[in-house]
Design a protein around this ligand. Structure first.
Ligand code: NDP
Ligand code: RET
Length: 304
């Protein structure tokens, strides 16, 4: 009964920061990975409502089309398109980028949102551990392939959806793919720390080019992310009143993508539409550079 009485107050508190920017995005193009559900879908809806052409990059085109139809029904005149992208397969990422670059001339907002959490030990098509492969390496390659169009479209922004979970991660350079020992929670935390370190190093490399990159903790959000963990699914069900809705969880991604006051802010981390602190292991330039070099080697690319 107490919880029920308190519920509206808890909900108001749990909802967190709101993006109050009224910035319009008419004539702008945005690309969001994993936009068929959860935080990505709500971010896509918000950007579409601001007038952007929004490309939903999804591994399951059918699910993507369902999300696009929902967005069109909620936002009159929404310009949303679905393209196939499986971040667990570098062939798919390259095919996606090739088609994208053929069909789309500008890209003003890239949101690296897709993610997998606490899955059983699995490898991507290229033999990368799934968390590292999808959450970090897949987005690393995608960003590499799209950096030219982002530069040509400047001012442009990259938003990397990381997590507070990066605090509990460290980069295990001696066993990046967890072949020696695997803990699904730690593998997730490692990949979210990689997101923060990637943001840091990319921001350094893009200095002066009017392409910014910031990372985000969306909050603890009720979504399909916990699908692989029974314990987490139960916790989410029990604590649901404390969790953000996906719409609330999308606020900080949207804020980093559109807020006027962030036009020249880069290499920073945000939560609840405000600057947030980064764990010490996420502030180490040497680790960021080392991870960058290892990622290039694994993907067979050169990116200075
Ligand atoms: N929910 C939370 O509490 C928190 C979430 N985050 C981060 O927010 C981001 C969004 O998560 P959220 O919306 O909660 O989770 P969801 O599980 O609802 O959404 C994740 C999205 O990523 C997609 N995805 C997974 N694997 C791949 C792949 N191989 N290729 C392409 N797309 C893929 C999923 O597609 P499909 O539907 O086909 O599986 C889905 O669209 C993630 O990066 C997550 O780490 C961070 C902190 C907390
Ligand atoms: C125990 C507990 C909570 C549960 C937290 C959980 C389950 C966090 C999950 C975080 C995730 C999934 C991060 C992803 O990057 C709440 C709701 C804060 C309320 C207070 C007690």
């Amino acid at each position: 009964l107490i919880l029920r009485l308190m519920s509206p107050h808890i909900r108001k508190y749990a909802a967190g920061g709101v993006c109050v920017s009224t910035a319009r995005l008419d004539g702008k193009t945005a690309l969001i990975t994993g936009a068929n559900t959860g935080i990505g879908k709500e971010t896509a809806l918000d950007l579409a409502a601001r007038g952007a052409r929004v490309i939903l990059a999804c591994r399951d085109v059918k699910k993507g089309e369902e999300a696009a139809a929902e967005i069109r029904s909620r936002v009159g005149g929404a310009q949303v398109e679905v393209r196939e992208l499986d971040l667990a397969d570098t062939y798919s990422i390259r095919a996606f980028a090739q088609r994208f670059l053929r069909e789309v001339s500008h890209l003003h907002i890239l949101i690296n949102n897709a993610g997998v959490m606490m899955c059983p030990y699995m490898k991507t098509a290229d033999g990368f551990e799934m968390h590292l492969g999808v959450n970090h390496l897949g987005h690393f390659l995608l960003t590499y392939l799209l950096i030219g169009v982002l530069k040509r479209s400047a001012p442009s922004r990259i938003v990397v959806v990381s997590s507070l979970a990066h605090y509990f991660g460290w980069i295990r350079f001696h066993d990046l793919h967890s072949q020696g020992s695997y803990n699904s929670g730690l593998a997730y935390c490692q990949s979210k720390l990689a997101n923060v370190l990637f943001t840091r190093e990319l921001a350094r490399k893009l200095t002066g080019l009017d392409v910014t990159v910031n990372s985000v903790h969306p909050g603890t959000v009720m979504s399909d992310l916990v699908r692989h963990s029974t314990v987490m699914s139960l916790m989410f069900a029990v604590f649901s009143v404390f969790l953000k809705t996906p719409q609330e969880g999308a606020q900080t991604s949207t804020y980093c993508a559109v807020a006027e006051e962030l036009h020249s802010i880069t290499g920073k981390h945000f939560s609840d539409c405000a600057p947030a602190s980064v764990a010490p292991q996420g502030r180490c330039d040497e680790t960021a550079r080392r991870l960058w070099d290892v990622s290039c080697d694994l993907l067979g690319i050169e990116w200075d």
